[in-house]
Design a protein around this ligand. Structure first.
Ligand code: C5P
Length: 299
């Protein structure tokens, strides 16, 4: 059997850092949304061995890769099953080190896919626990297309998807390391007077104009300081009538949201004239938009 499926990118419409924890992570509140930019993953059973190949030479394919680590954690979760192995093929479209959760989505896809391929019958709660060990963003990709994330991002509340809106992603072709961006946080300068509640309300009302006006990311000033081009990209998107613009996650991608598909297409055409990697996407409302039914309904 061979499984082929896509894994999406995410954006953070809001990211509010609440404080630093004793374990080094930060407590936060975030509004996650999947968008229609996808990598493709193929999985095939292989006796004992775990293999990964990728069409992008910049992707490490050794034991440090989250897909391989996901496969190893699944093997460990069912020590009674022997001989489990797989060949994984990754076709990459989502930029890396971009704040779009591409690698996290790939790893979550592997957890779902291998559960099916190896017929492990692990429940969603078990998969989420393994996902949280791999990375803070990974449980989101198992949860829902729209969700509120708390804790270090792994405690999730699924949200009703809003009416579809359009999202232009602009990757300035420079990657940032998440840990370094978090390390540069200065709590004296972070005033958490704003919070996620108002954002959540506009989101649930599908009020894209007000949502755009209230997008907020506490990490954005750090990203702009490191990469001043981010400010130019925001300016460009604003001048092309985006309802709002924001750095996604720990950057470096900037996104702009649009209520209207025509305006988004026009803005996309203009952004493509620049030396950036630009993607026109829409919000994802259901896993069935990118995952085959038999995978979604397993076990
Ligand atoms: O969980 P993940 O491995 O994706 O996190 C990468 C790095 O980002 C962590 O090592 C930590 O430095 C930082 N981080 C954080 N607080 C979070 C999530 C990530 O400080 N909630």
């Amino acid at each position: 059997m061979k499984l082929v499926f896509k894994t999406p990118a995410k954006i953070n419409l809001g990211l509010f850092i609440l404080g630093k924890r004793p374990d080094g992570y930060h407590d936060l509140e975030t509004l996650f949304q999947m968008v229609s930019l996808y990598d493709t993953v193929e999985l095939e059973s292989l006796e004992n061995q775990i293999e990964l190949v990728c069409d992008d030479p910049k992707v490490p394919t050794d034991e440090s890769n989250l897909m391989i680590r996901a496969a190893r954690l699944l093997q460990e979760a069912v020590p009674e099953k022997t001989g489990l192995g797989c060949r994984m093929v990754l076709k990459k479209k989502i930029p890396m080190g971009a704040g779009l959760g591409g690698g996290s989505g790939n790893a979550a896809g592997v957890l779902m896919g291998l559960n099916r391929l190896w017929d492990l019958k692990l429940k969603p709660a078990q998969l989420s626990k393994i996902a949280a060990r791999l990375g803070s963003d990974i449980p989101f990709f198992l949860c829902a297309p729209s969700a509120l994330g708390q804790g270090r991002g792994e405690r999730l509340t699924p949200l009703q998807p809003p009416k579809k809106f359009y999202v232009i992603l602009v990757f300035p072709r420079v990657s940032l390391a998440t840990a370094e961006v978090y390390q540069a946080l200065n709590f004296d300068l972070t005033k958490n007077s704003k919070n996620i509640k108002i954002l959540r309300e506009f989101f649930s009302q599908s009020n894209i104009i007000s949502l755009g006006a209230h997008l907020h990311n506490d990490l954005e000033p750090i990203v702009i300081k490191r990469l001043p081009v981010v400010e130019s990209i925001k300016g460009k998107l604003r001048s092309l009538s985006a309802a709002g613009t924001l750095v996604s996650g720990s950057g470096s991608t900037v996104f702009g949201i649009f209520e209207d598909s025509k305006a988004a297409e026009q803005a996309f055409a203009r952004c493509r004239e620049e030396d950036w990697d630009t993607f026109l996407t829409e919000t994802v409302s259901s896993f069935s938009e990118f995952m085959p039914e038999d995978l979604l309904n397993y076990p």
